[in-house]
Design a protein around this ligand. Structure first.
Ligand code: AMP
Ligand code: MG
Length: 494
């Protein structure tokens, strides 16, 4: 009797026309060793975690065995990298095994990253180093726990093979789960080739998969664009509200499903400064923290351009449709961002003057090198107990800068209908105590890479799975680095 496949694949992307991808199997590795399996994610996908952690599962997660029902492929895409258009990028070191329908009926991609070369590898080796794999695993899971749309990490496997970077580093494979891996750059791939039929097939696939509200409406492609604009505007607002810097917002790294994707040189703010850039390759600050809303719109404008042939037969009319969809970006971003800032300050509805109140705090924080996460977390207690102001003001170089602001905040708080305990509790649900602190992430990577010690990785993951809970035994993970983390640098995840 044929046994059922341990992974019940249903691969819709592989059913798209051949020019969408290159069929390609992962390249086996020398000595796979499971570093971590995300058991709860496996269960939510309807997969058996015990099978995944066993010899056949680990072989599948390493790319050494192709599980029954998989149709491994590398997806084709293009993209603007730091503003420069590259007509062919594609999965250079990732292979999509296939898709499963999860426990809530959502289609999810299962993709290996670091699984060997593909026809899109260009000069790359198709591999990933252990450090960036652990960073992506940890940060993507932290983002999920913060409630921010993101790809997820299902597993990390050590390959037992070195990868050649500036030095020799241990290699690893990450198994990533996403609503899809379709990017703005996927649309650009077909648009630049003048392949309107490919573009239409892609758009229809994305609508069916991610934007069911656009099915059967009079202008489905306009509705698709509006949908992506809406999700991206809200996503970038969520990033800003937790101090996240993606670091490499190229159009090939922006998901059309509205999830955070392609964690490379990403990092979180310590001290608040909107000009913060962590990535060593971002020399002009194109992807600085405070530039992210503008860049997301730039990327969406590139997406809109690709859709012109589908929006209307007449070009002027198509441009008008695209513009009408894109103008929604600014107001949607502003609404999400200011509602989020208000919630962080304990205020429910956004009233006149609230954006200015929040802006004034942020300005004072920037001028006084206040730690972003700690300041907002300390405000939770201060909202209900003015004697807790001391803990907030200590975070400012000049503590009186906080005092002056608090004199405007308190009367505004007093207008809230909720009692102060309810306000404080609500603030604790939106102002995390724990984020992946850069110095902690670096120490975790060093322990794993230099000493094969994964205990810090496990401990950080556990702490970050409950970011909004005070975990008194873990306060050291909430502490800011010496010197406020100024000058911290990340290197691209290759
Ligand atoms: P990124 O901006 O880091 O997401 O990657 C840009 C492009 O480079 C994508 O097409 C990747 O697949 C490709 N790439 C990155 N690292 C490697 C590697 N080690 N081997 C092959 N391709 C790579
Ligand atoms: Mg990428």
């Amino acid at each position: 009797m044929p046994s059922m496949s341990p992974i019940p694949f249903d691969n819709s992307y592989a059913r798209l026309p051949e020019r969408f991808y290159a069929p390609r199997a992962p390249t086996p590795v020398a000595a796979p060793r499971l570093i971590r399996l995300n058991r709860s994610l496996a269960e939510s996908l309807g997969l058996d975690p015990d099978w995944l952690a066993g010899p056949d599962g680990v072989a599948a997660l390493a790319g050494n065995q192709i599980p029954a029902g998989a149709t491994p492929l590398a997806a084709a895409y293009a993209g603007h990298q730091f503003g420069q258009f590259v007509p062919q990028l594609g999965d250079g070191r990732a292979i999509l095994l296939g898709e499963v329908i999860d426990r809530v009926g959502q289609r999810r991609d299962i993709q290996l990253k670091g699984s060997g070369p593909t026809p899109f590898s260009r000069r790359g080796d198709g591999r990933a180093a252990l450090g960036p794999v652990l960073r992506e695993y940890l940060v993507s899971e932290a983002m999920a726990a913060l409630g921010i749309p993101t790809t997820r990490a299902l597993a990390a496997v050590a390959t037992g093979e070195p990868v050649v970077r500036e030095t020799l580093l241990p290699g690893a494979v990450l198994t990533r789960v996403a609503s899809s891996h379709i990017r703005v750059g996927t649309f650009q791939f077909f648009a630049v080739r003048g392949d309107i039929e490919g573009l239409r097939a892609l758009a229809d696939h994305v609508i069916a998969r991610h934007y069911p509200e656009a099915v059967g409406v009079e202008k489905p492609y306009r509705a698709l664009l509006e949908g992506v604009v809406a999700r991206q505007s809200e996503l970038v607002a969520r990033w800003l509200l937790v101090g996240f810097v993606h670091g490499v917002m190229n159009t090939d790294n922006m998901s059309v499903a509205g999830e955070t994707i392609d964690y490379g040189p990403c990092a979180f703010l310590d001290v608040y400064d909107p000009r913060t850039v962590f990535s060593s390759i971002d020399q002009h600050g194109r992807y600085a923290y405070g530039e992210q809303p503008r860049i997301a719109l730039w990327n969406l404008t590139r997406l809109a351009e690709t859709l012109l042939p589908l929006l209307a037969a007449d070009e002027t009319e198509a441009v008008a449709e695209a513009e009408a969809a894109a103008v929604g970006y600014g107001p949607r971003f502003e609404t999400a961002y200011h509602a989020g800032l208000n919630a962080k300050l304990g205020l429910t509805e956004v009233r006149d003057g609230d954006p200015a109140l929040a802006g004034d705090l942020l300005k004072r924080m920037a001028e006084n090198q206040a730690d972003f996460t700690r300041t907002f977390r300390a405000l939770c207690a201060a909202s209900a107990h003015p004697e807790a102001d001391a803990a907030v003001r200590d975070l400012f170089v000049d503590p009186t800068a906080y005092d002056a602001w608090a004199q405007s905040w308190r009367p505004r708080l007093a207008q809230e209908a909720r009692d102060s305990a309810a306000t404080e509790a609500a603030m604790r649900r939106v102002n995390p105590a724990f984020i992946p602190r850069n110095h902690r992430v670096e120490a975790m990577i060093a322990a794993a890479v230099e000493r094969d010690d994964f205990a810090p990785f496990e401990e950080l993951l556990t702490v970050l799975s409950r970011p909004y809970d005070d975990q008194p035994a873990m306060v050291r993970y909430a502490e800011a680095p010496e010197g406020g983390g100024v000058g911290y640098r990340t290197f691209c995840g290759t």
